[in-house]
Design a protein around this ligand. Structure first.
Ligand SMILES: [Zn+2]
Length: 90
């Protein structure tokens, strides 16, 4: 179960797709169902991708395709966005 994993770990979409042996494109659709089907007392959170070298944060919203290059320092070492599920605080 995707949501069960997300309750225990912070994971990137590519990592999850790999885990379920699905092409990323198909997995993203599956992921949308999970997001929309979440119980009201739970919320999907995420952290933006960032550059491992200079710390630049990619703030574009929910882009499926991970950025490959840092616009600031040109490094290609990018930490992908990670997702997880938390109980809603109120
Ligand atoms: Zn950078």
């Amino acid at each position: 179960m995707i949501s069960a994993i997300l309750r225990r770990n912070r994971v990137s979409l590519a990592e999850l797709a790999h885990r379920f042996a699905m092409p990323l494109k198909d997995f993203v659709r599956e992921f949308e169902y999970v997001r929309k089907g979440l119980p009201h007392d739970q919320v999907l959170r995420f952290e933006h991708p960032y550059c491992r070298r200079c710390g630049f944060v990619f703030k574009e919203k929910h882009r499926v395709k991970a950025p490959t290059k840092c616009p600031k320092c040109r490094s290609e070492s990018i930490e992908p966005a990670v997702y997880w599920i938390e109980p809603r605080s109120r």
